[in-house]
Design a protein around this ligand. Sequence first.
Ligand code: F6P
Length: 405
Amino acid sequence: MRNNKLYIVMVGLPARGKSTIAYKLKDNLTKYGIRTGIFNNGDLRRRLTGVETSRPEFYSPDNRHGVELREKIAVTNMGRAADYLTRTGYVAILDATNVSAKRREKIIRSITDHPIIFIECINEDEKILKASIQRKISNPEFSHLTKENAIKSFRQRMAYYEMLYTPIETERNYIKLDSLNNKILAEEITDKIPYWDRIRDFLVTDTVKNLFLLRHGETHFNLENRIGGDSELTENGLAQAKGLARYFQRKKIPVIFTSEKRRTIQTAVPIKALQKRCTIIPLEEFNEIESGICECMSYEEIRDQMPHVFQARKKDKYNYVYPSGEGYVSMKHRVDMGLKKALYLSSDSQSIIIVGHRAVNRMILSHFLYRREEDVPYIYVPQDRFYHVVVTQDKKLLQLKPYTL
Ligand code: F6P
């Protein structure tokens, strides 16, 4: 057996991050000159068949036609992967659910020329799952359904896969990955796996391809120096959003994450309008710092009416928590979670946008800037510029860029 070629077989229920991990591996291995191909059963199915395979019944274990067709697709992709490794490829990734023990046995029986490692993706975070489903149903195969029916259909499809799901246990080489946190949960390596050290390292590294971190455009509250609330964009704010939209028109932005506040969504809408295919995903984790009893007050009003609040915050802005609200210190966890979610939901995209708020964006930037805690609440977050962030294993870039109105 030659040992510089490898099959990676993804395992996991739908929407658990398998393709995300497959892309991440391909990107990184290719950068090291290790030619890698992805053989995705879903893509092949969509290319070969029509709308009937988007119906949930197609995935029922009792649907003989469906079972046969999916087996045929799996076998075709195994053949294509084998061909690829015989010719120019070094790593072939079989990207499919492969949740049944029977399917995995078949793969092991049919593939004998190079070692196989199984990567099982696990993620039971219901919020992430919901957001993943939202992205899945933007796929053209669901375009004939209403949003509600598309979600129902996808959930039913998942339920059919759950009926067959046997988690990995006995295979010779496998890794179980918490695909949201890039954390290895279990690992068994019996054979010599080429490129293993590098692959393992890629799996646990948080990478950021092109993150454009924007602050929402100017709002009526901004003009009055008021904090919190759910104010709308001013005319100038709308012009800023349109300026951003023109800037990003030249780039492909498949997904924009916002908070649930009107000002971030209103900033995202014109950007989406100038993209071919783009989804806006509002995440509550990106909502602005909740200022409790000070919501909707201006800084001057707080200073005059609640001098104790004003002074205490001035003294230790990072650790100060607004009565009945939040502080930087207490919002850190949720913003971290939001960033993880956003990166998880979009790691098959070359570029993504997050439209956030002043305090939220400071927290996000603090990840990449390694500021001391006490300096985080003062990071510069203007409205006429945005941050471009790239983080890979060998590169870290953070640029503040202007755009024109
Ligand atoms: O733009 C105003 C704002 O986003 C407020 O909603 C928020 O309370 C504030 O900025 C956060 O900035 P700082 O922590 O400097 O008060």
